[in-house]
Design a protein around this ligand. Structure first.
Ligand code: GTP
Ligand code: MG
Ligand code: ZN
Length: 308
């Protein structure tokens, strides 16, 4: 038998135990169908899109390669399963549906906890005059990167070039906010795909189901199905992550009288002053308090489940 060849690549798609891997050969990038080695199953590891893997020829003409190794993940989200995400494009519409800022703030906390860079996109700014700018100012003031989009002024490749770089970015957010519309327009294969699906279901709308990485400049982007709720507890986030997960609070908190100030009722809390003075957004602060209090009160129930 000839010398075994190994290649390094990234899983871009997985359907029924067959994984598509993009790998590099002399002539450039190539895509191959791969099976996972049984050993992963024994270790309880299931390959996910975004995984950086080593593959080798399998000898099976149907599924040409086999995954022999999975690199340690820099991040992982479970629903949908995506490994090594570097950026989450948190997409919310300014109206239709109304933006659920509790959900947005929870997702920002999950990003901070999982070491994923969040970028907020407010869509449908054409439907509500001034609302996009208002929301944008709340979140830029808090320290986040925010983009506003409308059909007449969609997000462009240039807007995302430096943000994504050679990393992996996923659109995430509620259903119907325009994630697929944006993703497809950035990839340049919108109308065809939307049209096909629409014809099949006889509706002017299609809901995303499968998840797949698409090449995007030097990196990848992926669309994900919308969701309506998120449990911080299930995500492994605890009250300390909330305490340190609000950039505008962390930046102010150094002035609080007590080092362990929770910024709720303590004397000498400069965070509360900043809220009273309008420097910190009151809505963000109220949501902070409610997440902190809920997780603090439940802390004994989940301590044993905490990873790290
Ligand atoms: N007015 C307006 N409509 C938009 C905009 N972006 C998307 N839409 C419309 O909103 C609807 C939902 O868009 P989708 O892209 O399917 O939404 P999605 O976030 O992918 O939804 P799920 O896949 O269900 O999570 C479609 O009818 C789009 O044409 C926008 O900026 N302005
Ligand atoms: Mg969609
Ligand atoms: Zn304080």
């Amino acid at each position: 038998m000839a010398d075994t060849e190994f290649y390094n690549g990234v899983i871009t798609k997985g359907v029924g135990g067959v994984y598509t891997v993009r790998f590099f050969v002399d002539s450039g990038y190539k895509y191959g169908q791969c099976a996972a080695r049984g050993a992963f199953r024994l270790k309880g590891i299931k390959p996910a899109i975004g995984d950086r893997v080593t593959i080798m020829p399998s000898g099976d003409p149907d599924v040409e390669y086999v995954i022999t190794d999975i690199e340690e993940r820099t991040s992982f989200i479970a629903r949908p399963p995506v490994a090594n995400l570097s950026v989450m494009l948190l997409t919310f519409s300014v109206t239709n549906p109304e933006p659920d800022l509790t959900l947005l703030d929870k997702m920002l906390l999950v990003c901070s906890f999982r070491n994923i860079k969040p970028v907020i996109i407010f869509t449908k700014s054409d439907l509500s005059e001034g609302e996009g700018e208002k929301l944008c100012s709340v979140y830029t003031k808090a320290g986040y990167e925010v983009l506003i989009s409308a059909p007449s002024k969609p997000i462009t490749k240039n807007d995302l070039k430096d943000i994504i770089g050679d990393g992996i970015a996923a659109f995430a957010g509620p259903s119907g906010v325009g994630k697929s519309t944006l993703c497809n327009s950035l990839l340049g294969f919108d109308l065809m795909e939307t049209g096909e699906v629409s014809a099949k279901i006889k509706r002017g709308k299609h809901t995303t189901r499968h998840v797949e990485l698409h090449e995007f400049m030097d990196g990848f982007i992926c669309d994900t199905p919308g969701f309506t709720s998120l449990s911080l507890e299930d995500q492994g986030v605890d009250y300390r992550d909330v305490l340190f997960g609000y950039p505008e609070i962390t930046a102010t908190a150094t002035g609080c009288r007590f080092d362990d100030c929770s910024h709720r009722k303590e004397d000498g809390c400069v965070v509360r002053n900043a809220v009273d003075e309008g420097v910190i957004d009151a809505g963000r602060y109220e949501r902070y308090k409610s997440f902190y209090t809920e997780l603090y009160d439940n802390r004994n129930n989940y301590k044993h489940r905490r990873k790290q």
